[in-house]
Design a protein around this ligand. Structure first.
Ligand SMILES: Cc1ncc(COP(=O)(O)O)c(C=O)c1O
Length: 435
């Protein structure tokens, strides 16, 4: 029988159960790559609060930046202008792809999605349709839920949602064993995509296409276009250009250096019309944003969208410090080195597991895919994932699942994790799999 701590009893009494928790662990402190539990145990956190804590828990310089700003000014909202907000928008313009140079701040990923959809509606009057992808996760607000299709459970109870949203299939090439099979799969998806516009939705009725360049909750699946495959994002870019449709990249999870570049789209060399970010942007504080070109952003007149807390001074200062540290400490080099460490480790333990490139000898028990420190361990079933997660938890390692069928463990540690700490986690995962 599991004995509930007093804290968990109060949690159950006073907190809504709608927000499920991955573990019945009460954390009392976070430091670097570790969380400390009420139970006195230290846990290696390979989740970083769902891909948020890019610099680990409580990075001292981010904490200092927060404290300094808090002592100076906590909140003004849109009553006045303030420097932290302007400084961050200017900094973001220097890291967003291409010519995206103007930003609207909000508090979360879902708000960034909602804002970008309102933006598309304003820019494309009369175009009432939107295209999203199966397996996509865009958040839990009523708007973002309508674009989400990674699990029907997220939509259950809330239909009918926003009309005019069409979910097309996202090409997952990672099960294909040869380059030829991958190319065929991408071509097949392109055909389905095009035929949808010939038969169901006219392109001129579509305001925007929203896609995660690397699907997150749907299973950490990069869009085709890496390792010699046909570039699916470029295909979408060309289609959008041809039909004057806005292309929105939701990089709430894959952005801010998580994949080893500022944005996953950088790996593909494709520039969207609207770039979304949140999660890793502000060292754990609530902050989201959508960026586009100034001339487009200026089509939204004052008052056409708004927020009370969005882009608050403290979150903006934390974000500025975080972006500065990522650049100063070459954090992306660590992302790439630790990523290779993961792929090499699993390949040595489970030959044929590295499924980034097509190969005939794919391991059928575990496949590893992803980019940077956004890595999926794909198992045959959800039961294995539960066992591995529970074993790792007992040994002090926190892991999260993802994917429609629950058969995937995602590794999303902080981007500054050391080789030693990461190895400790990998050894325990391998031990769990062996068991
Ligand atoms: C790609 C993507 N978009 C949007 C969201 C929603 O973000 P938030 O939970 O901050 O609203 C998430 C959250 O997991 C996400 O992964």
């Amino acid at each position: 029988m599991v004995i509930m701590s007093e804290t968990l009893k109060r949690d159950a009494e006073y907190l809504s159960p709608a927000l499920g928790r991955a573990f019945d662990l009460v954390a009392v402190k976070g430091e670097g790559s570790f969380l400390y539990g009420e139970d006195g145990k230290k846990y290696l956190d390979l989740t970083s609060g769902i891909a948020v804590n890019q610099l680990g828990h409580c990075h001292p310089e981010v904490v200092e930046a927060i404290a300094k700003q808090a002592a100076s000014c906590i909140h003004t909202s849109c009553v006045v202008h303030y420097p932290a907000n302007i400084d961050l928008a200017e900094k973001i313009a220097s890291i967003t792809p291409g010519d995206l140079n103007n930003t609207f701040f909000c508090n979360s990923g879902a708000e960034a999605v909602d804002g970008s959809i309102k933006f598309a509606k304003k820019l494309k009057p009369g175009r009432t349709n939107f295209i999203a992808f199966k397996g996509a996760f865009h958040g839990r607000s009523l708007g973002a839920t309508a674009f989400t299709s990674s699990k029907s459970a997220y939509r259950k109870f809330y239909d009918p949602l926003i009309p005019g949203i069409h979910h097309l299939s996202f090409p997952n090439i990672y099960e294909a064993k040869t380059q030829e099979a991958r190319d065929k799969l991408v071509e097949h998806h392109e055909k389905i995509f095009l035929s949808y516009f010939d038969t169901v939705v006219h392109p001129e009725s579509v305001a925007a296409i929203i896609i995660e360049p690397m699907q997150g909750e749907g299973g950490y699946i990069p869009a085709p276009g890496l390792d010699g495959s046909k570039n699916y994002l470029q295909f979408l870019r060309d289609f959008c250009d041809k039909h004057e449709i806005l292309l929105i990249f939701d990089e709430v999870q894959s952005g801010i250096a998580r994949t080893g570049k500022w944005f996953a789209s950088n790996h593909y060399g494709v520039v969207p019309d609207v770039q979304l970010m949140a999660k890793g942007l502000s060292g754990g504080l609530p902050l989201g944003a959508f960026s586009s070109r100034k001339e487009l952003m200026y089509e939204m007149p004052p008052g056409s969208h708004g927020t009370t807390f969005g882009g608050n001074p403290i979150s903006c200062r934390a974000a500025l410090k975080l972006l500065e540290i990522i650049e100063r400490d070459n954090v992306m080099d660590n992302v790439n080195a630790r990523s290779e460490q993961v792929f090499k480790f699993f390949e040595s333990k489970f030959p044929g597991s590295d499924s980034r490139k097509p190969r005939e000898d794919l391991n059928d028990k575990i496949k590893v895919r992803g980019l940077g420190l956004m890595i999926a361990l794909v198992f045959p079933d959800a039961e294995t994932v539960t066992k591995v997660k529970n074993y790792a938890y007992d040994k002090g390692v926190l892991l999260l699942g993802c994917g429609t069928y629950g058969n995937i463990i995602r590794l999303a540690p902080d981007l500054t994790i050391t080789a030693e700490n990461l190895q400790q986690g990998l050894d325990i995962i391998a031990e769990a799999i062996a068991k």
